[in-house]
Design a protein around this ligand. Structure first.
Ligand code: NAP
Length: 247
């Protein structure tokens, strides 16, 4: 059952839909996820989400390309009986999805979202970053607010969640190789959407941490700026925000 059909059923019945048994719980959590773009982040997150039983649709400007077909085949190897994998155009992929991942270069992300059609009711997962390089070689954030807020303005009926922008794609492929726990900071205005994205991150072995409304996405995007600058300085790190024990 997809997120959207579950929400519809909940509206009709007026109560949360409860499922008993592992199989049914798995089906309740299985969504269709459109990965817009087929580069490094899509190639890392798509297989990871497929492993969790979700249906993956890659949205590409050229879905017939050999690299895209290879990604579909590689993702298919991760798929459980529930999930399926395919590739199609970006608009078609988004249209059929519950969750739309904008895994495209940060500078084109807002225009790409505008071109995807009506995304109302869907979750948009925004892992993008948009930076420029200053004269001294260090990165600076390139928009006044955040890409996530600009994306939200371009798709006002969608639930934008900022996440997965503060780590390298290789860590997404092999979270266990990070040498310790890694935090996925999350920002967004819809609690249920953030919970679903947190579930995806935790399903990969990360620690998800809700850092508040979408207006804090600018802080998350700045976290990436200093993360890149630390690499420039020769001191790469991963974010791990240790939770304090409950008082
Ligand atoms: N690389 C990382 O480690 C990393 C980590 C966290 C977040 N991010 C952020 O995640 C986003 C994706 O990064 P990436 O490294 O995956 O980028 P990438 O390897 O360059 O892949 C981006 C994909 O977007 C599509 N694309 C490129 N130009 C486009 C355009 N003008 N219009 C529509 N689609 C276009 C392409 O797919 P098709 O050719 O199939 O259309 C391309 O493969 C970026 O915003 C980046 O800042 C990156």
């Amino acid at each position: 059952m997809t997120l959207i059909s579950q929400r519809l059923l909940e509206r009709l019945t007026g109560v949360a839909v409860l499922f008993v048994g592992l199989t049914l719980v798995g089906i309740a959590n299985a969504d269709t996820i459109a990965m817009i773009g087929t580069g490094r982040v899509s190639g890392a997150l798509g297989p990871q989400f497929a492993k969790q039983g979700h249906t993956i649709i890659y949205g590409s400007r050229d879905p017939a390309r050999a690299e895209v077909q290879a990604l579909v085949a590689a993702t298919g190897g991760q798929v459980s009986a529930m999930g399926q994998v395919s590739a199609m155009g970006q608009v078609e992929a988004a249209a059929g999805a519950d969750i739309v991942v904008i895994a495209v270069p940060g500078a084109v992300a807002v225009d790409v979202v505008r071109g995807l059609g009506d995304l109302s009711g869907k979750i948009i997962l925004d892992p993008t970053n948009i930076t420029t390089t200053a004269d001294d070689g260090f990165r600076v954030h390139a928009v006044d607010t955040s890409n996530a807020e600009l994306i939200q303005a371009a798709a006002p009926g969608a639930h934008v969640v900022k996440a997965f922008n503060t780590l390298n794609y290789q860590t997404m492929i092999n979270p266990a190789d990070a040498g310790g726990p890694v935090t996925i900071p999350i920002a967004g205005d819809d609690a249920e959407s953030k919970r679903m994205i947190a579930d995806l991150a935790e399903g990969m072995g990360f620690e998800a941490l809700d850092l508040g409304p979408l207006r804090y996405a600018s802080t998350l995007e700045e976290l990436l700026v200093i993360w890149v600058n630390a690499r420039t300085l020769g001191t790469p790190f991963d974010y791990h925000l240790r939770r304090r024990p409950a008082p």
